[in-house]
Design a protein around this ligand. Structure first.
Ligand code: GDP
Ligand code: MG
Length: 602
């Protein structure tokens, strides 16, 4: 099939609008998969199937006969979620156009808007598709009007379908062929290959998903990365159809997979957005503009409840990292919780997906701290540091004198919801230190609201609060905006004057009182009575914000208790020796791990 009859396209949609279902229908229609068989073919990772979201870009090739000619179509699946914006952009770069898919019963939503602008700015040809027209409450006319108002897409250009029943899906591919331009590229030029994504296969090592822009690639070729300068020998090339089907060669315009032999050892070696060429042609090829590796903005710490499980935890984290290169990892030691890891993620969904998988393996035997964001500290001597662990936040008056400025990250959040919830949503945004930037009516009843707010507020279950006060109707997307100066302080929990390092948190001054009070009340419930008074405090530096105390046992009961207490203490010491199993000691107060867990749980 000549390059004029290739089409590379993707589907741009808000989550749940039917991207996976429609992909399945298109694959069936072209005979790529059998009807009624495996569902959601492109969602390869378990987590994607379970949570119904796409995390990794996938591709599937199809052959479709249009007016007597065979066409080679590559559907590049893209993550719908904002956390994976960098992955989305890479998918767009490798496509000539996109189906802009909108659920006719929901209309345009936050991610539709965000993805539209991303696709539009990359010059993709867009074909509007209205899905779920079989639903009784589908309102095609209104959705078409929204697309016209917001994206200047003409209602008469839209294709109405039901991906679920398959109704009218056959109208899509002829439009893809007629409206989306064929890729350009010359198979006789030196190789220019773009790396869209990579993942790990236990059989063959690192798999690269690539788009050939110029030239061709086959097994045995020696290639070199512009990003790292490393050289590799190509072991196998092929297309996903939908499983990997080896090909003798991949030519300019094609999207497919590549294995090196020997394989890359880590997915981290594959710099996403990197360009490769053949060894010897480095001077003749202009690499494509690369992509900035996305920076993690959401951090949690994970500790095994039982320190004996440390290695097991390390193994499972490393296993998960094989397929998720954007997670950062650092060892961390906490006085109260022992040795663990600090993990960095692109966003809250990314973080919670990872957390789910880790919990799936370790259940209740790990403690995961609530997510935090990075903070910047600018010192008077000009030094600037970014801290990702609240424990590293400077405290005490002597350090304050050295600090010129403290900053926290702000984002621009886009919210869409029915206008009856406007009052409530504004209330939530304002309570989360938001600043309103714009308020527009999409249609008579649908509002689009933009707020600048601290990322720290957003990660604090903002979406959960938003959903619950809009009956689930609100959608949210956000873009990184900027670092802003902020009066942030470190709140610490003290037990008998000793800080519990694992539960310190960096907060805005205005929230300290509220959170501090919550902390001491909550922690009190989980600490057993001791022989002595236990004082629980929340403090900023030396300033105590809130205080609770637990009275000691009364003298008369003390005598009776004494014996059992000694044996309990001895048991305890034994336990600590064999790896500080369940009980954590802070100062001389022994605290069951359930206290931390209950405390750290949102
Ligand atoms: P994705 O998140 O965009 O990949 O969405 P999915 O393809 O997973 O679909 C989300 C939900 O919508 C699933 O429960 C689908 O069965 C359902 N769905 C998808 N297309 C249609 C449709 O045309 N009609 C109806 N009624 N439901 C649909
Ligand atoms: Mg999906």
């Amino acid at each position: 099939i000549p390059i004029e009859r290739y089409r590379n396209f993707c589907i741009v949609a808000h989550v749940d609008h039917g991207k996976s279902t429609l992909s399945d229908r298109l694959l069936e229609l072209t005979g790529t998969i059998q009807p009624g068989g495996n569902k959601q073919v492109l969602d390869k990772l378990d987590v994607e199937r379970e949570r119904g979201i796409t995390v990794k870009a996938q591709t599937c090739s199809m052959i479709y006969n249009h007016k007597g000619d065979d066409y080679l179509l590559h559907l590049v699946d893209t993550p719908g979620h904002v956390d994976f914006r960098a992955e989305v952009s890479r998918s767009y770069v490798s496509s000539g156009g996109a189906l802009l898919l909108v659920d006719a019963s929901q209309g345009v939503q936050a991610q539709t808007v965000a993805n539209f602008y991303l696709a539009f700015s990359q010059g993709l040809e867009l074909i509007p598709v209205l899905n779920k027209v079989d639903l009784p409450h589908a309102d095609a006319a209104r959705s078409l009007e929204q697309m016209k108002d917001n994206f200047e897409l003409e209602p008469e250009d839209a294709i109405l379908v039901s991906a679920k029943t398959g109704w009218n899906v056959e109208a899509i591919l002829p439009r893809v062929i007629e409206n989306i331009p064929a890729p350009t590229g010359d198979p006789s030029k030196p190789l220019k290959l773009f790396l869209i994504d990579s993942w790990y296969s236990s059989f063959k090592g690192v798999v690269l998903l690539i788009r050939v822009f110029e030239g061709q690639i086959k097994a045995g070729d020696q290639v070199v990365s512009f990003g790292t300068g490393r050289k590799y020998t190509v072991g196998e090339v092929g297309i996903q159809y939908p499983d990997q089907v080896p090909q003798s060669v991949l030519r300019a315009g094609q999207v497919g997979y590549v294995y090196f032999n020997p394989s890359m050892r880590k997915t981290q070696e594959a710099k996403l957005g990197d360009t490769y060429t053949k060894v010897g042609f480095e001077r003749q090829v202009q690499p494509l503009p690369g992509f900035e590796e996305p920076k993690p903005m959401v951090f949690v710490a994970a500790f095994p409840v039982d320190q004996d499980d440390f290695e097991h935890l390390e193994d499972s984290i490393n296993q998960l990292l094989l397929n998720d290169r954007s997670v950062t990892i650092q060892k961390e030691a906490s006085h109260a919780l022992g040795a663990g890891f600090r993990l960095g993620f692109l966003g809250t969904l990314h973080c919670s997906v990872f957390e789910d998988r880790l919990r799936g393996e370790h259940g209740a035997s790990i403690i995961i701290t609530p997510p935090t964001v990075p903070f910047q500290i600018k010192y008077r001597d000009g030094r600037e540091v970014t801290i990702t662990n609240p424990a590293e936040f400077p405290e005490g008056d002597h350090t304050k004198r050295d600090i010129a400025e403290l900053r926290e990250p702000y984002v621009m959040a886009t919210l869409t919801f029915p206008e009856e919830y406007l009052g409530r949503v504004i209330e939530i945004c304002e309570a989360n230190r938001g600043e309103q930037k714009s308020l527009e009516y999409f249609t008579a009843t649908q509002v689009i609201l933009k707020y600048e707010m601290p990322l720290a507020q957003l990660v604090d279950d903002f979406f959960g609060k938003l959903k619950s006060s809009t009956k689930g109707y609100a959608t949210l997307d956000y873009e990184e905006a900027e670092w802003r100066e902020s009066s942030i302080v470190k709140l610490q929990l003290l037990v008998n004057k000793e800080p519990v390092d694992a539960v310190s948190r960096v907060l805005h001054q205005s929230q300290v009182r509220h959170v501090g009070k919550q902390w001491v009340e909550k922690f009190k419930e989980h600490v057993d009575r001791q022989m002595f008074e236990v004082v629980i405090q929340a403090a900023v530096g030396r300033q105590v914000i809130a205080r609770e105390s637990i009275k000691p046992f009364r003298k008369d009961v003390l005598a009776k208790l004494h014996a059992s207490d000694i044996s309990r203490r001895r048991k305890l010491l034994e336990k600590q020796k064999e790896g500080r199993k369940k009980l954590k000691a802070v100062g001389n107060v022994v605290i069951d791990h359930s206290a931390f867990q209950a405390f750290l749980a949102k």
